[in-house]
Design a protein around this ligand. Structure first.
Ligand SMILES: CSC[C@H]1O[C@H](OP(=O)(O)O)[C@H](O)[C@@H]1O
Ligand SMILES: Nc1ncnc2[nH]cnc12
Length: 295
């Protein structure tokens, strides 16, 4: 019989999402990470009896820009806090005329165009290569799709999220290029977050909430924070409804992830055991302890 676990649902709130009201037994608590300073304390609580852990990605008050987020510390503390799954709730621009502001895209692919971020927990002293062919957990995607449908939210299952470095919005030529690549939405944060979640063997899903048409659209010559924030606030309320609907569905005890997210490191580490750096191994205790302790 495969082992069953009681899921702990991690929620990463993006722009406009700095708290989850309605979380019961709530407490903000600092969690230390060997990877440095995370964005904020974690908010622990329960929804319908299911354990949840919330992190405001940019910190309360939106202090940290996308390129300066410590993605490694953020994922590490969520793993330390016991999370098994992460739902990323993110504001995005639309690159697709069929996805107007207000649409929730349950993404299934990424193109990572970021270049100024630490993208892996694995460094000299312990090298690993995980698969990113299917970067988002289909089991979480199924649950989100069902909850969005039941709530009557405008949504689309599947879509490619292009991750740009930012913090400036894209040029018109870039926006057109990404459209020619068949990307659906654009944002600045879900990479390397999704790569690090995979390395940490966490199931990860993205709800990309469209706030604007980026700058390619004939009727929307540029993106402005003002315009984005207006839509964002309405999206944020609906995102919280979605969370309240999906968490109970995800909370039942379950076996291993059918897509293998929770076993991503099984065949990923290539460094010979006697060549591994003890200091790095100590930092990897939460992220990779399952496989390193077994070695
Ligand atoms: C305030 S609009 C630009 C900002 O919003 C998105 O962040 P998040 O994914 O955390 O919601 C986008 O990626 C930019 O960082
Ligand atoms: N157009 C856009 N480009 C990048 N990130 C965004 N976040 C919200 N809208 C965006």
């Amino acid at each position: 019989m495969p082992e069953t676990i009681a899921p702990v649902i991690g929620l990463i709130g993006g722009s406009g999402l700095y708290d989850i009201e309605g979380l019961e037994n709530r407490r903000w608590q600092r969690v230390e990470s060997p990877w440095g300073e995370p964005s904020d304390e974690l908010l622990f609580g329960t929804l319908a009896g299911v354990s949840c852990v919330f992190l405001p990605r940019h910190g309360r008050g939106h202090r940290v820009p996308p390129s300066e987020l410590n993605y490694r510390a953020n994922i590490d503390i969520m793993k330390r806090a016991g999370c098994t799954d992460i739902l990323s709730l993110s504001a995005v621009g639309s690159l697709n005329a069929d996805l107007p502001p207000g649409t929730f895209v349950i993404a299934d692919q990424f193109i990572d165009r970021t270049f100024a971020r630490k993208k892996s927990f694995f460094e000299t002293g312990c090298v690993a290569h995980v698969s990113m062919a299917h970067p988002l957990c289909p089991r979480l995607g199924d649950a989100l799709e069902e909850a969005a449908r039941d709530l009557g939210l405008p949504h689309k299952r599947g879509g490619t999220y292009l991750v740009m470095e930012g913090p400036q919005f894209s040029t018109r030529a870039e926006s057109e290029l990404y459209r020619a690549w068949s990307c659906d939405v654009i944002g600045m944060t879900n990479m390397p977050e999704a790569k690090l979640a995979r390395e940490a063997e966490l199931c990860y899903a993205t709800v990309a909430m469209v706030t604007d048409f980026d700058c390619w659209h004939p009727g929307h010559d540029h993106v402005t924070v003002d315009a984005v924030v207006k839509v964002l606030l309405a999206n944020a309320d609906r995102a919280k409804e979605l969370v309240r609907a999906v968490v109970p569905a995800l909370g039942a005890a379950r076996g291993p992830c059918p897509a293998g997210c929770d076993r991503a490191l099984d065949a990923a580490i290539v460094t010979a055991p006697d060549k591994r750096d003890p200091a790095l191994m100590a930092k990897l205790d939460a992220v990779a302890g399952r496989v390193l302790r077994a070695a």
